[in-house]
Design a binder for this molecule. Structure first.
Ligand SMILES: [Zn+2]
Ligand SMILES: [Zn+2]
Length: 91
């Protein structure tokens, strides 16, 4: 009596046990439908990264309360314009 045989759809060989044949011979073939498009993501890179520029530290500037002369540097004893004496002890 004739044994039932199968024809492997991948290599077209007649086999008696198609499942074990495929497992043995074609185990590495994976279903194509599982492939996912990976190209859509990972495309957006961070662009335009600017180094943080430190603003020049604001130099504390003083001005003469008498005449408005500016700048007066801290510790200066007299206004160069109106000769007013400054008292830095309160700062
Ligand atoms: Zn095969
Ligand atoms: Zn002044």
């Amino acid at each position: 009596m004739a044994k039932k045989t199968y024809v492997c759809p991948q290599c077209h060989v007649q086999v008696r046990d198609l499942k074990s044949h495929q497992a043995r011979m074609h185990a590495e073939i994976k279903p194509v439908s599982e492939a996912k498009p990976e190209s859509l993501k990972a495309k957006k890179l961070e662009l335009d990264i600017k180094p943080k520029v430190k603003k020049a530290e604001v130099v504390q500037a003083y001005h003469c309360v008498g005449c408005g002369y500016s700048p007066i540097s801290k510790g200066q004893s007299n206004c160069p314009q109106c000769r007013a004496a400054f008292d830095w002890s309160q700062l």
